[in-house]
Design a protein around this ligand. Sequence first.
Ligand code: EPZ
Length: 421
Amino acid sequence: MDKLVIEGGRKLSGEINVSGAKNACLPLLAASLLTNEKCIISNIPDLKDVNTMLEILTQLGREVIKKGTTVEILPGDVKEVTASYELVSTMRASIAVLGPLLGRYKKAKVSFPGGCVIGPRPIDLHMKGLRALGAEITVEAGYILATTRGLKGTRIYLGGHFGSSVLATANTLMAAVLADGRTIIEDAACEPEVVDLGNFLLAMGADIEGLGTPTVKVRGVKELKGAEYSVIPDRIEAGTYMIAAVITDGKLFIKNAKVEHNLALIDKLLECGAGIDEEEDGLVVYRKTRNIQATDITTLTYPGFPTDLQAQMMSLVTIGDGISVITEKIYPERFIHISELNRMGAEIILEGSTSIIKGVKKLSGAPVMASDLRASAALVLAGLVADGKTEISRMYHLDRGYEHIEEKLSAVGAKVWRVKE
Ligand code: EPZ
């Protein structure tokens, strides 16, 4: 297991290019199962999770050709409709093949994804959406078995205890595009990744209205064709590097970062004392105030503050003036980074799903470990500003979601390297 070593205390400056969005391209790749024509998807990041999804498509019988950041999915009939435990257990997003398999092949067998270090991650809303469309679903021997004699459009309310669901919306949408008649998904997720999936489906010939709003209307079509499509930039990767500029008191041009995808983050960074200038093809981000200012954040569904940037913002305010408060409303248990940040000298306490962060003057490097992607990113940010050396073990978490992170950070002046173990 590789680890990442950082010698902190360097101001970052220069340009960082944002890669294609992991959470947009995973369901998009799954959507290629909805046609038997060739799909060409570009701006695909080089990430472990993407490779897992490509492996699933291959296991399902598709030929996949990867050329740099472009992936071609060639015609070829799916013989096996099974997504195995071995692959699904390494990546929850594999559940995104359920909707397309059911829509196109009328059956699917997908391993039940199970729990996750960021807390319980039920799939009741996925099942609710697909059952409403006419699927029969059972769980046997750890697998979700779904069959249908033919999906039929209907009105579905898809809101859950924590608001809308990104992947349940994606699954329902992918099943509905080939269903008979009209489907209306109420309380659909509005995240840019869902809009991107919808735009890909439109390019394939689907009939969808209302993308990016809580009411998405789909009129089923008989079949979908192949399409060429480019994935949106990764707003969470962009956001992580925006925070890196501010925490290190540096100045970065984050190429491809989009204001409209990062409104809540920008609002909070400005409150913390950042300066942010919009350029045609990205954002220039730097620190304006001498010290980082305290803030309060509540994670919400889009366009609220994203849970996937909660840990990284926590690192920022650990060295802020005063007391910050961060409340997690999407995954109330997503706080595994707190104990590691405290090992680096932060002063954070947790009350239920609210964390109270008392700003300290400095952090100090330490060996740390986090068993989640975004928590690991938070430790990278803390390591960049800490005194001395930080060693982050289990680097494979970062490799799941941040393309070539050590190269990107080194290129803007960070002293960071990977140690192979
Ligand atoms: C997506 O997961 C992302 N993953 C997550 O990114 C992200 O944290 C999350 O959306 C929220 O933005 C991908 O897109 C691959 P949800 P998803 O269903 O769709 C509850 C990362 O680090 N819920 O929108 O699985 C759920 O427990 C990751 O890149 C149900 O109750 O998340 C949560 O409280 C981690 N029942 C809330 O909804 C369900 O059936 C939102 O989760 C499904 C979800």
